[in-house]
Design a protein around this ligand. Structure first.
Ligand code: FES
Length: 572
């Protein structure tokens, strides 16, 4: 069968331009490399500065083998890589840049299909955003979680346990020396964080969307089955091109429905909300923040993993893995949603047993009965805010307290442990200036550490409100993604210390108990909000000028939708 390939616009023919394109790409390739063979890019986010993805070069080699075997030509394509623990001011500032750079390079080059290699938090979302906009056949290989580390006989969940141990130091229940000793035990192997943080979540969500080989996501980074699956994915990518199966041809609202059900059942990271909204925006799929509440809030939590539970990703795979979870909620899934194989996701669930019901619990014995994300609205968040009740303290889900306001994360750090700070366990901690525009980039600071003096009294959770995000490995009664953010003129900008704030998660309300006319009278002061100064140049300027709010995915306004794969102008 002769394939109608996009790359033939570069390689086919006898003219000077085709000569140039072929000649420079020969590099020892066989003569038929440019004669109807799908050119498959391997969008590879391996980088020594992204330790969670550093092993992806080896994964890429397995993909290459599969591509060759199926008759395609594999092409390694390094992409912008974002290491969550290194990149400042926050990796989220660069997610859209990574997506834009990958999108443009996929369009600009003679590529027929792409295999997306990601792992660390922002890498899979940015790659899926890019491939969705270009709309060429694309399939994801998640790099997999790292193996469990142990400290003094106890398993360590990377991310989650750093927060816990550092709080113990502040509370005086762990020595600084012991804390530092644990550092060596946290990251033992290649792979991304091994809790149900953002990386694990986005890998599983990519599978729920149908963009991986079913059964692949969650495979540990050190597991030889990851390489086997990568090899198979290479073959699948060639097949996708042959069948013309582009993201827009099968990624519909039904797929996002399944992703939201899965997100709730696994107790996944709140970061999946803006990522899924941004991916849907690229595809033109109808999805709103309220869909997360409507579809997911009543879905039971079936995965007993940190930060909400006890176990780690090694245990998750041992217990049956992602398909076993999906089988438990099969009736909630949309049976029409297809995967990259062309078959519906639900068809892969017949033979997906649970081997350890303490890790993946049965539907009638959930970790929590209703675990999804709840969307709050009210006078403090007219555009919406979210909370993950599964990670919150039940006694705080309905609460009224006095605001203690911090104008920036620096202001917070400067004052939080001041013994004179007027704050108690019933106070509501408010942090602003951390939204997409305000920071800029919407950092993971919403789960503010509690005041030392309250920790010493045994307080372990308080209501916290912020226009930023929080780490997928964090926990607590945290209301985040407040929209509009303070720097965009939202009510958060005019809250004052001492104002009463009312939270009612069941009623889906977050309100400031200040008369509307008084709030309006405060507005002229918002321009003085500390910490927000519009950047003058570079990506930050472009970002601040064009970033949208969290309720629509925090993408840039001019990147929403599809660019398409057509690139008609020649380079010579
Ligand atoms: Fe990379 Fe957690 S730091 S996944």
């Amino acid at each position: 069968m002769v394939l109608d390939l996009r790359s033939s616009e570069w390689y086919a023919g006898d003219d000077r331009n085709a000569y140039i394109h072929r000649a420079w790409m020969r590099r020892g390739a066989p003569d038929d490399a440019f004669e109807g063979r799908p050119q498959i890019a391997i969008a590879n986010s391996a980088s020594d500065l992204t330790p969670c993805n550093a092993h992806l070069d080896e994964v890429a080699q397995s993909v290459k083998n599969g591509v060759y075997e199926a008759g395609g030509v594999p092409l390694n394509m390094p992409v912008v890589s974002l290491g969550e623990t290194n990149v400042r001011p926050t990796a989220m500032l660069w997610r859209n840049m990574a997506a834009m750079a990958t999108e443009e390079m996929l369009r600009a080059n003679p590529i027929d299909g792409v295999v997306l290699l990601g792992g660390c938090d922002k890498t899979i979302p940015s790659l899926l955003m890019a491939a969705s906009s270009v709309d060429i056949p694309a399939v994801v290989v998640p790099g997999g979680p790292m193996s469990t580390g142990h400290f003094r006989g106890e398993p360590l969940g990377c991310g989650t346990d750093v927060w816990r141990l550092s709080e113990e130091v502040r509370a005086g229940t762990l020595s600084q020396e012991s804390f530092l000793e644990s550092e060596q035990a946290t990251i033992r192997t290649r792979g991304h964080c091994n809790t149900m943080g953002t990386a694990s979540t986005m890998a599983l969500v990519a599978e729920a969307l149908g963009t991986t080989i079913p059964g692949l996501a969650g495979t540990p980074a050190v597991d030889s089955r990851l390489l086997k699956a990568a090899h198979e994915t290479g073959r699948v990518a060639v097949q996708l091109v042959a069948e013309g199966r582009t993201p827009s041809s099968f990624l519909t609202r039904a797929n996002f429905h399944n992703a939201i059900v899965a997100l709730s059942a696994i107790g996944g990271s709140t970061n999946a909300v803006p990522h899924l909204l941004a991916i849907a925006g690229r595809l033109g799929a109808e999805l709103s923040i309220d869909d997360f509440d409507r579809i997911g809030s009543e879905v039971p939590l079936l995965v007993n993993l940190r930060p909400a539970g006890r176990y780690l990703m090694d245990d998750f795979q041992r217990a049956g893995g992602f398909l076993a979870v999906l089988r438990e909620v099969r009736d909630l899934l949309d049976p029409t949603a297809l995967t990259i194989t062309g078959r519906p996701l639900v068809e892969y669930l017949d033979d997906a047993p649970v081997w350890d019901a303490d890790v993946i619990t049965p539907r009638d014995r959930p970790v929590q009965p209703a675990a999804g994300i709840t969307v709050l609205r009210g006078s403090l968040a007219p555009g919406g805010a979210i909370i993950k009740p599964a990670a919150a303290s039940p006694h705080l889900l309905k609460h009224r307290g006095r605001a203690v306001v911090f104008d920036s994360i620096e202001d917070f750090h400067a004052r939080i442990d001041d013994p004179e700070l007027d704050i108690d366990a019933d106070s509501v901690m408010v942090l602003r200036g951390c939204g997409p525009k305000g920071y800029p980039g919407m950092p993971e600071v919403s789960n503010m550490p509690l005041p030392k003096k309250l920790l010493e009294q045994g307080v372990r959770d308080m209501v916290r409100i912020c226009d930023g995000r929080m780490s997928g490995t964090a926990y607590g009664t945290v209301i985040l993604h407040v929209t509009p953010e303070a720097a965009a003129g939202g009510p958060l900008a005019v809250v004052q210390t001492g104002d009463w704030i009312a939270l009612d998660v069941r009623g889906r309300r977050i309100d400031i108990d200040v008369p509307a006319d008084e709030l309006a009278a405060r507005r002229p002061n918002q321009a003085t909000l500390a910490g927000f100064a519009a950047p003058r140049r570079g990506w930050e300027r472009l970002y601040v000028d064009h970033v949208m709010q969290a309720d629509t995915g925090a993408d840039l306004d001019f990147l929403v939708g599809s660019s398409g794969s057509k690139m008609s102008r020649e380079s010579h």
